[in-house]
Design a protein around this ligand. Structure first.
Ligand code: ZN
Ligand code: ZN
Length: 362
């Protein structure tokens, strides 16, 4: 980017948004229509980084290359002088709805699982390229205006080489780490790529669990059967299920139990040799979701969990299923999953092609 544009960004940093204490140096910049690059959005987050953490830009860029379910990096600026460490910043995608930590226990089971399948697939691609996030938690999952969950905050991410057995040290957030790694947090102890993969999957499981049981202090320390019971209880309490077509709730309860057990499996503390990867996790969730869809009450958008009744425009994925989405939601989804040509929820062949064409003419 040229000097003129650089000056432009400096002068138009007009609104400060404090997401939380860690983010009080985040601004939203407002490019006007006079700007040359029409591809830049109206709002972006300006995140100041030190030269030593400037590497974050590389991880975001690489992740963006593989998946649109990661927050976009639009521009990186590094003041030439690495030693003085001043005015390095990134312009990244502004996710209007903030982080997932504001929405714990508020989304439906299906919406949560659907969004986490997309995240799981993205983490799988990252891991295949030896890129480990290392700080997966609700605060680092962001929600766009169109209600799509995206991976963000690559502060402590590391690219590692599979040829090396010991490559990097423990980083992250204690509550989202397996116990045995909490004690060596910030120490110089080295970890293998397999261990880093395990730590990411563990944190993903923990994050998913938080979506159902919330972030209360006491919930952090639930384990085993107590945790299982809590997850099941909260899912049943917070969701409206359609059980008209079955004789009793047994089959529904069995499915919820199966799901809860899987979450507990993900946060297993005693994994010595990882035998599964993020691809396996995403596939399990997808298979379970498709099976489970019949229990969910209809008439809400599966991408955002909100009612579709009374809305002006909804997009039914007509054809082989009747799943409906808000216009804004399905548009955002198709922007991210550019290969998608069937119902994103159940994979039934639908009118997605027509929907794409509709957006082009819209
Ligand atoms: Zn929606
Ligand atoms: Zn469908």
């Amino acid at each position: 980017m040229d000097a003129e544009k650089e000056e432009y960004f400096k002068s138009f940093t007009i609104e400060t948004i404090s997401f939380d204490s860690m983010y009080d140096n985040v601004h939203v910049v407002h490019p006007t229509l006079s700007i040359q690059d029409k591809n830049l959005p109206r709002q972006m987050v300006k995140k100041y980084v030190s030269a030593s953490t400037y590497n974050e830009a590389n991880y975001i860029e690489e992740c963006n290359k593989y998946s649109n379910f990661s927050v976009k990096l639009y521009y990186k600026y590094l003041n030439g002088d690495l030693v003085k460490q001043k005015s390095c910043y990134l312009l990244i995608e502004y996710c209007e709805k903030g982080s997932l930590s504001n929405y714990l226990s508020t989304k439906s089971l299906i919406t949560t699982v659907f969004q986490f399948i997309n995240l799981g697939k993205t983490f799988h691609i990252m891991h295949e390229h030896n890129l480990f996030h290392r700080d997966i938690k609700p605060d680092n999952i962001f929600i766009t205006k169109g209600n799509i969950y995206k991976i963000g905050d690559f502060d402590v991410s590391r690219k590692t080489s599979l040829e090396l057995t010991n490559t990097t040290t423990v980083k992250g957030t204690p509550n989202f780490l397996p116990k045995k790694y909490r004690e060596i947090l910030e120490s110089q102890e080295s970890l293998s790529p397999k261990t880093l993969a395990y730590i990411d999957i563990f944190a993903f499981g923990k994050t998913l669990i938080k979506c159902f049981i919330g972030n209360d202090y006491e919930n952090f320390y639930l384990q085993g059967q107590d945790l299982l019971n809590k997850i099941e209880k909260n899912i049943i309490q917070n969701n409206v299920f359609n059980v008209d077509h079955i004789n009793n709730h047994e089959s529904l309860n069995r499915n919820i139990k199966e799901f809860s057990k899987f979450l507990i499996f993900l946060v297993n503390e005693d994994v010595n040799e990882l035998t599964y990867n993020f691809g396996d996790v995403a596939n399990w969730l997808k298979k379970w979701l498709v099976e489970f869809l019949k229990y969910q009450q209809d008439y809400f958008c599966y991408i955002c969990s909100c009612s579709i009744l009374g809305h002006d425009i909804i997009i039914p994925c007509s054809g082989n299923c009747n799943h409906c989405f808000h216009l804004e939601c399905i548009k955002s989804y198709l922007d991210c999953d550019t290969q998608c040509n069937m119902c994103p929820l159940c994979d039934a062949e639908g009118d997605i092609k027509d929907i794409r064409e509709f957006f082009i003419s819209y």
